[in-house]
Design a protein around this ligand. Structure first.
Ligand code: BG6
Length: 478
């Protein structure tokens, strides 16, 4: 279904995110038939070049990053006709009037700030000054949204000078992932899970986002951030919220975000013992963290594991263990709900732990499985065996896994539709920083070093102990 007619301006259109994600994603929506007749995209950046040169760049980006559809040369050309380029100086006067001239009346105006956060304020201010910030225009801002509570507040205040909250779309691309949205469908469109989704029946929850890549190529940014700022404050926090929140009264932007905010506010401050930081060592496949960031004394974490408690009625006594890291054994993101054992066993079985586990696999191989106890087939008596009840979304929905829509595709179209459900609200981002700030400052004040771990492993030993001491185990990263 086509969306409303729109003019979309991408600031930072020569950058990496634009090339890898934004333009290929827009192209895929274009061929899916979502672009109305007149819809146009205006690339804006400081680079001096004309539209023809910009289209050449984007042609290459689409061929490289849009998957199979990128191979349809005729379609790509058709899409490129929708692109215009304007050279704009975010901090000067160049290009702004020309940009304004390209904007049509009576269509949705969206401005995507795919630039360094230091420029957010300048661009917002220029948009107002040159008359492009109208009542219905929307802005999209990328992470990192600040680097602590103070800077996030400043950023919110700066944007609020020119735009209302309902015009600001703060991207967390994890919310655009199909399976992340599915988490809400699974929880709230089925009767099966919700009655058990609480401390009475759930022993603990594990959320893992493991990556195989290191930080080479973006070391300068990463070394200033570390896993807590780069992944926990945003993506992991969102996964935690969607897993732990109360049912919203409606699938509506503010109803959903209100519930997420309550979870963040209920997070207990962490004790130093509940945090394990790690840093990857050099291995056969590549250099170690400190070499990648070219900072031999760096104490920045490329891995973190946390034991998180949520102080509310539903989750009292059920810990949430979070871990994320670079250069781990496999690329996998999953949420694992481990249910409690049945209160009494009628079988004289040995050994096998009967705990039911619901594994929600976010990527790759999106799907869910539930481990169940059944009787081992055969005449050997009543012996129990654990089996998975499996559902791969690709099989179930006939979707070709590689052609699942990318998070950015979905999110950008939501901006045009004016749907903020999958975007973070200002107060949510601030609350998330308010919780992570003390974790970061506690570390800055300590003299400890991160625990070393081998590239290609599951992270530092200490992270395993975080669960062992509670008599639990991480699900294997594979
Ligand atoms: C980004 C982080 O926001 O998310 C990266 O800055 C990380 O460090 C990436 O690699 C992970 O995203 P995805 O979609 O590949 O899981």
């Amino acid at each position: 279904i086509p969306v409303e007619d729109f003019d979309l301006v991408i600031f930072g259109s020569t950058g990496d995110l634009a090339r890898r994600k934004i333009f290929p994603g827009l192209y895929r929506r274009f061929i899916a038939g979502q672009f109305p007749q007149g819809a146009q995209i205006i690339g804006a950046a400081r680079t001096q070049q004309d539209t023809a040169a910009f289209r050449d760049e984007m042609r290459k980006a689409i061929v490289e990053f849009a998957g199979n559809p990128g191979k349809d040369a005729a379609k790509v050309e058709e899409f490129l006709q929708r692109l215009t380029y304007v050279s704009v100086d975010a901090r000067g006067t160049t290009g702004w009037e020309e940009l304004h001239e390209h904007m049509r009346e009576g269509v949705v105006h969206a401005f995507y700030f795919s630039v360094a956060p230091a420029l957010f304020g300048d661009i917002a201010q220029r948009l107002s000054q040159y008359g492009m910030a109208d009542d219905d225009s929307r802005i999209v801002v990328e992470k990192p949204f600040g680097r602590d509570l103070v800077s996030a507040r400043e950023l919110n205040a700066t944007l609020a000078r020119h735009f209302r909250e309902d015009q600001i779309y703060r991207i967390d691309h994890y919310l655009g992932k199909e399976t992340v949205q599915n988490l809400m469908a699974v929880r709230f469109a089925n009767i099966l899970f919700e009655p058990l989704w609480n401390a009475q029946y759930v022993d603990h929850v594990q959320i893992t986002v493991a990556e195989t890549v290191g930080v080479a190529g973006r070391g300068e940014y990463y070394d200033q951030s570390g896993a807590i700022r780069d992944m926990v404050q945003n993506h992991m926090m969102q996964l935690l919220c969607l897993t732990a929140m109360e049912p919203p009264y409606h699938f509506d932007p503010n109803a959903v975000r209100d519930e997420k905010l309550k979870v963040i506010r209920a997070l207990e401050p962490l004790e130093p013992d509940d945090i394990v930081r790690g840093q990857y060592l050099a291995g056969p496949d590549g250099p170690g963290y400190v070499e990648d960031v070219e900072h031999p004394d760096s104490r920045t974490e490329s891995f973190v594991a946390l034991k998180v408690r949520i102080s509310n009625w539903r989750w009292q006594g059920t810990p949430f263990y979070l871990r994320t890291g670079k250069r781990l054994r496999a690329r996998t993101s999953e949420i694992v709900i481990t249910f409690k054992d049945p209160p009494h066993s009628i079988f004289d079985d040995d050994g096998v732990s009967p705990a039911n586990q619901l594994v929600i696999k976010l990527q790759p191989n999106e799907g869910m499985h539930l481990t169940m106890m059944i009787k081992e087939p055969g005449p050997g008596g009543m012996r129990l065996v654990q089996v998975p009840l499996d559902m791969s979304f690709a099989d179930a929905l006939g979707a070709n896994g590689t052609d699942m829509p990318d998070a950015y595709e979905r999110l950008i179209m939501d901006v045009i539709r004016g749907n903020q459900t999958l975007f973070m609200r200002g107060d949510e981002v601030e609350a998330a920083w308010a919780w992570t700030d003390p974790i970061i400052s506690g570390w800055e004040q300590s003299t400890r070093s991160p625990e070393p771990y081998d590239a290609g492993s599951s992270g530092p030993e200490e992270a395993l102990r975080l669960l062992h001491r509670d008599d639990r185990r991480w699900r294997e990263i594979r």
